[in-house]
Write a protein that binds this ligand. Structure first.
Ligand SMILES: *Cc1c(COP(=O)(O)O)cnc(C)c1O
Length: 393
């Protein structure tokens, strides 16, 4: 196990002693089930009939015309059941937990989408569910808190630290240590100790696999550029992964630029982060000169985390993927642009990818093809949109 789960010098399994055995059990179960025909069949069936996959790859003709460059396609994870890509992963982990005989799911959540997806899967599979959520996130994502409660989950506020995702993750891990016998910890992004980054990536890879065959059917060729937002990085790695070996395809991950360049004002790990270890994995982290984890800020709770998935750290250093960031204001503006041009209200996380694409696409030629990962829908962000509209109209 010690040498497993590394992406170059990143990743690994930096977990407390008490979690090593459960992580190994999880890894063994996953390694076995991943090749199990019945497991894959059960997962595919749920993805089709319950989640609504395949999600459309939509040619955004108005947005393409507005940008005046390449043809833009949106991979519509916003149309999945529960409204974001998170459900692809929670269903997979839910099935594993069931096979392992667990009866209780633990999750952390930032924007609430992963909490809602886990609460949904717990209902579906007849398990109980606790979701840890920073008190600050609970206030700004109230509709999702209510959704989780309606689904029967217990939402526990976390008042430690910055009262956001990082603190909720620590609490979820603490709960798992105490209740490992009957509980599975459903980690929501391509983060944490091995086997999570690999397992979560595998469950999200369906996004890229579908995109690959859909773009072939629609355009008769592969795309030139892929763009996705990067919180922990699960939707991005899910879209990018099946294309990584195609060297001609350019990939751009977009982080949260927040409201300024100072430490504490953003969550752009590749802009001002340094390698270190946090919550089980070695990756790029936002930290001060003494190595203390820095505060972060983003209008989108789902991107508001000081670390990035370790596979992204590796792909960053090897220069296979380029990373950039856009500000809160740019994301908000792009979300409204998409709403007005295409009748689609995106999640503010996804709007970060859109904002970059809207700036970038005009530099491309008309015959080029760009795919943007639309990771989720904007219903949960209504409050932020209302405030933005009241400010600008
Ligand atoms: C959680 C979330 C994200 C960020 O998570 P990744 O693991 O980086 O994908 C992005 N978009 C939406 C809609 C989310 O809910």
């Amino acid at each position: 196990m010690k040498n497993d789960g590394f992406f170059g010098e990143y990743g690994g399994c930096y977990a407390p002693e008490t979690l090593i055995a459960p992580l190994e059990a999880l890894k063994d179960a996953y390694d076995k089930l991943k090749h199990d025909h019945l497991f894959q069949k059960a997962l595919q069936k749920l993805l089709g009939h319950y989640v609504g996959r395949p999600t459309p790859l939509y040619h955004a003709a108005q947005l393409s015309r507005y940008c005046g460059g390449a043809k833009i396609f949106l991979k519509r994870e916003d149309l999945t059941h529960t409204g974001a890509h998170k459900i692809n992963n929670t269903l997979g982990q839910g099935l594993i937990a069931k096979h392992m005989g667990k009866t209780r799911l633990i999750a952390e959540t930032g924007a609430g989408q992963h909490g809602v997806a886990t609460a949904t899967v717990a209902s579906l599979m007849g398990m109980s569910c606790v979701v840890y959520m920073g008190a600050k996130d609970m206030a700004r994502q109230r509709p999702n808190v209510k959704r989780m409660q309606i689904l029967g989950a217990q939402v526990l506020p976390v008042y430690n630290g910055s009262q956001t995702l990082k603190d909720a993750t620590s609490e979820a891990m603490r709960d798992w240590v105490l209740n490992v016998k009957d509980s599975h910890y459903v980690l929501g992004s391509a983060l944490g100790p091995h086997p999570y980054p690999t397992m979560v990536r595998d469950f999200q890879t369906i996004i890229g696999q579908e995109t690959k065959s859909q773009i072939q059917a629609l355009c008769g060729r592969l795309p030139d550029t892929l763009v996705a937002c990067v919180g922990g990085g699960s939707n991005a790695i899910g879209l990018f992964y099946p294309f990584l070996t195609e060297q001609s395809i350019q990939m751009i991950g977009v982080e949260a630029g927040g409201f300024g360049d100072q430490l504490g004002q953003h969550a752009a790990r590749f802009k001002s982060g340094k390698p270190g270890v946090l919550q089980g994995t070695r990756t790029y982290l936002l930290q001060d000169d003494d190595g203390n984890i820095a505060g972060t800020s983003s209008i989108s709770a789902g991107l508001d985390y000081p670390g990035v998935g370790p596979e992204h750290a590796y792909l960053h250093d090897s220069k296979r993927i380029q990373y950039t960031s856009v500000t809160d204001q740019e994301a908000l503006k792009s979300a409204l642009t998409l709403a007005r041009l295409e009748g689609i209200i995106p999640a503010l996380e996804s709007a970060h990818a859109l904002a970059f694409a809207i700036e970038y696409v005009p530099t491309l030629t008309k015959d080029q093809v760009v795919v943007i990962g639309l990771s989720g829908r904007g219903d949960k962000d209504l409050e932020a949109f209302i405030q933005a509209l009241e400010g600008s109209l």
